[in-house]
Design a binder for this molecule. Structure first.
Ligand code: TXA
Ligand code: MG
Length: 343
């Protein structure tokens, strides 16, 4: 892919500069790529109604064409233009959680080109609550297709500098709105199945979805990863995902004898949840992320910065297997399926 100049422009999150937004929308209108912050992570955006523009996303990320992308909308009304049918469940979930970190998978409309949905008859739609992202969609007047703004299988960016390092020369404009608020990707729920099915755990839990749907049954993500199988349940949920280059090893809130002995290696130790710390040797870098929200917000930035330190390994003490921790656990378990340990 030919390298092209990447412009980085700082923009306020609370009251984004209209001229900067208008400029970014014009770049999208002309079929080019703009990376921008949402409340979850930075997205790599293109006009979702243009197959040629969306093709540039796949090229820039090195993303397999079989993995569909989310169409970001500025309102439920715009979501309606993307889908064949706006169901009662979709309305209930949009009322409860939009704008916010919930992505709905529904039958698609003809407005959305094949490349966005990877040829499927469904489309993923989300109305983000990040002001910059909302202003940008509003200014474009069309949905914005945007996966996380990282190279395929890498860590999602929560800072503009992550995007610049990963995609510099592959994106036309990066809007720098500072660190993202939530820090991990949205929950993806399919409403095309008999029961709503959470395909990717995220900030909106299955219990929250169940409540918003009046107590309906909600199918949880298939926990094939915990079981060690490599069968993927949804297109973007390959076991090796969100992975830093440094090997990641999982420990449980018990002394892990094996790594206690590795005293010469340069280790990073990441502890999630409030667990007893008496078994810790002297790691090079150490972080304790006590609550699920704090952990989500800091997780990727921590892994990104540790990845640049040339550590021999990152050891993670997983948080308890509780719903509030599910999304963070999911990302960590995927990060531990590192390339080095794939066949
Ligand atoms: O928070 C987020 O969701 C961020 C920000 C930028 O909005 N976006 C994001 O996009 O994480 P991406 O492409 O990295 O992840 C989208 C997920 C993938 O797992 C993809 O396979 C799934 O959504 N997805 C997209 N369209 C789908 C569809 N039609 N059916 C099933 N899964 C779909
Ligand atoms: Mg992604």
């Amino acid at each position: 892919m030919e390298s092209r100049p990447t412009r980085l422009v700082t923009i306020a999150t609370v009251d984004p500069d209209c001229a900067v937004i208008a400029d970014a929308a014009e770049i999208l209108r002309q079929g080019w790529l703009v990376a921008f912050p949402t409340e979850t992570v930075y997205g790599l955006g293109a006009d979702a109604t243009s197959a040629d523009a969306v093709a540039k996303i796949f090229e820039a990320k090195g993303r397999p064409s079989t993995n569909p992308v989310i169409a970001h909308v500025d309102s439920p009304e715009m979501a309606l233009t993307c889908v064949a049918e706006w169901t009662d469940e979709a309305q209930a979930l949009a009322t409860a959680f939009w704008p916010g970190p919930l992505t709905l998978v529904l039958a698609r409309s003809p407005l959305i080109p094949d490349i966005v949905t990877a040829g499927r008859d469904t489309v993923a739609v989300r109305m983000p609550r990040g002001r910059i992202s909302l202003a940008l969609i509003l200014a474009l007047g069309r949905p914005i297709a945007a996966p996380s703004a990282n190279r395929s299988t890498g860590i999602s960016p929560t800072l503009a500098s992550h995007v610049a390092v990963d995609l510099g020369g592959r994106v036309d404009l990066i809007l720098d709105g500072g660190p993202t608020e939530v820090g991990i990707e949205s929950t993806v729920v399919s409403l095309t199945t008999r029961e709503p099915h959470v395909l990717r755990p995220g900030p909106i839990t299955a219990t929250m979805i169940r409540h918003a749907l009046g107590g309906a049954r909600v199918r949880e993500p298939d926990s094939h990863i915990d079981l060690g199988s490599t069968a993927a349940t949804s297109p973007g949920q390959s076991p090796r995902h969100y992975a830093p280059r440094t090997p990641v090893f999982l420990s449980y809130p018990q002394p892990h004898t094996e790594w206690r002995q590795v005293r010469t290696a340069r280790l990073g130790l990441l502890v999630l949840g409030n667990v007893p710390l008496h078994f810790i040797d002297h790691p090079e870098v150490f972080s304790l992320l006590g609550t699920p929200e704090e952990a989500a917000r800091q997780l990727y930035a921590t892994l990104q910065s540790w990845d640049r330190k040339g550590l021999d390994a990152i050891h993670v003490v997983l948080p308890p297997n509780e719903e509030a921790w599910r999304a963070v656990r999911d990302r960590l378990i995927r990060a531990a399926h590192s390339e080095a340990r794939e066949p």
